[in-house]
Design a protein around this ligand. Structure first.
Ligand code: PEP
Ligand code: MN
Length: 457
């Protein structure tokens, strides 16, 4: 047992764990590198590069998550399904921050709770896939596993798992992080103001006047705060963003798992808040083993096939000391399944005395394929799953403490519906995602407003 830290504990080092102990366990969704020496050279370089976040920030987020689990904060986690190296440029990054900041203002105002903003960015470069290979016109190649692993173009050279991409992933994460930090330090002042919100879509909604009132009320509060505080309102302009990604490629994560001078134990310093995807959450698998020993707050995606018994064992492995803020469970059931699948899980955890943070991901259980093989999601299903989630938690006596969304600040057409009622014909116009369909700027803001409406604004 090591020294306890203020506000967090009791905690202890995970028995029999090391940053590489995952290697002895069954591994899912890992790239196959053709040349072990080439991989080792890249990893040796990666191990020397500076980390992307600090242990202080990580422990600060852990405390915020503990608060959210107690109902004192609400978590907004969102961003691309997968970042790409090509999109590591100014507009996509600042637009994504903008929409998340605006959504969070809607939520703060409507829920009367501080919001913890966590991006799916600065490292969301690896994807689990349902098949290892892809066949087109009789040609079979390895599947695309995200820019951290290989290229999306359908040719043998691009699809080769390239260790140099681990270094490029680190560099692109650092560039993203640097720009995000600079924008945040700059205060984002103008983005707070409803004058800078794009609200043309509102007139397409039957809830138009309600939405306008909401935005006007936010504007009034902001102006009131500014009048009180004078021109510069330091802490009010200062917004915090934390980062998260699916910690999928374990060689990469291990190389950024470090010890630091002032805190005991091991931290994954590639992100504040790594999560385990649904496809890699096996109890005896490599990912659960790796996550067991890091001190970050961690999350796991929970799908409809998980049983209460499996969930209890997972929680025991990842959070044996029931440490506040340590564990977040992100349920992603689908609008049709949530009412049946979720209550037994919530009830089992409640009965065990556990209080993880519960977050709803209403995206991944609602993916469907429409004409021409295009992957999409219907806004009404996303909304329905969220509505059900609030109701199911209320019925069981647990608390939904946040949402996890795939979104972009760009004006894409990837999800159907929303106030403008995007149709299948619209999908072709601006479908940019290489993987899952994202809510666009307008759909994201609308969803934030609907959450407020549901939860009592
Ligand atoms: C994702 O978050 O992009 C993802 C693949 O989710 P899940 O693991 O829940 O399917
Ligand atoms: Mn996705």
């Amino acid at each position: 047992m090591r020294s306890l830290e203020r506000n967090i504990g009791p905690v202890r080092e995970a028995a029999g764990w090391s940053p590489s102990s995952w290697y002895e366990r069954p591994q899912q969704q890992q790239p196959v590198y053709a040349d072990a020496k080439e991989l080792e050279r890249a990893l040796a370089q990666l191990r020397e590069l500076p980390p992307l976040v600090t242990s202080w920030e990580i422990l600060a987020l852990k405390r915020l998550i503990a608060d959210a689990a107690e109902g004192k904060r609400f978590v907004l986690q969102g961003g691309d399904c997968a970042e790409s190296f090509d999109d590591c440029s100014s507009p996509p990054i600042s637009n994504r921050l903008k929409v998340m900041l605006q959504m969070s203002l809607v939520l703060v105002h409507g829920l009367r709770l501080p919001v913890v903003r966590i991006g799916r960015f600065a490292g969301q470069y690896a994807k689990p896939r349902s098949a290892d290979t892809e066949t087109r016109d009789g040609v079979t190649l390895p599947c695309y596993r995200g820019d951290l692993v290989n290229g999306v173009a359908f040719d043998a050279q691009s699809r080769r798992a390239d260790p140099q991409r681990l270094l490029r992933g680190h560099a692109h994460s650092a560039m993203t992080m640097n720009f995000v930090r600079a924008l945040i330090d700059g205060g984002f002042a103008d983005l707070h103001h409803p004058e800078y919100w794009d609200l043309a879509w509102v007139e397409h909604s039957p809830l138009q006047s309600e939405y306008r009132q909401m935005v006007e009320a936010i504007g009034n509060s902001l102006r009131f705060m500014e009048t009180l505080a004078g021109e510069s309102i330091g802490s009010y302009q200062r917004v915090d963003f934390y980062t998260s990604h699916e910690a999928l490629v374990l060689h990469y994560e291990q190389a950024l798992t470090r010890q630091v001078p002032r805190h005991w134990g091991w931290f994954n310093l590639s992100t504040h808040f790594p999560w385990i995807g649904m496809r890699t959450a096996q109890l005896d698998g490599a990912h659960v083993e790796y996550f067991r020993g890091i001190r970050n707050p961690v999350a796991v995606k929970i799908g409809p096939s998980v049983t209460p018994d499996q969930l209890l064992r997972l929680v025991e492995l990842l959070d044996p000391d029931n440490e506040p803020g340590r564990l977040t469970l992100i349920h992603r059931m689908g609008a049709e399944k949530i009412e049946k699948a979720l209550p037994p899980l919530l009830a089992a955890l409640k009965a065990s005395g556990r209080k993880p943070l519960w977050i709803c991901d209403p995206m991944h259980g609602n993916t469907e394929t429409v004409g021409g093989g295009v992957k999409t999601r219907r806004f009404q299903n996303i909304r329905a799953e969220l509505d059900h989630a609030f109701d199911v938690h209320a019925a069981v006596g647990t608390r939904l403490g946040g949402v996890h969304l795939e979104l972009t600040g760009e004006n894409v057409t990837e999800c159907l519906g929303g106030a403008r009622d995007l149709t299948e014909a619209d999908l072709a116009r601006a479908y940019k995602s290489q993987v899952d369909p994202r809510l666009n700027y307008e759909q994201s803001l609308e969803l934030a407003m609907l959450i407020v409406r549901k939860r009592g604004g």
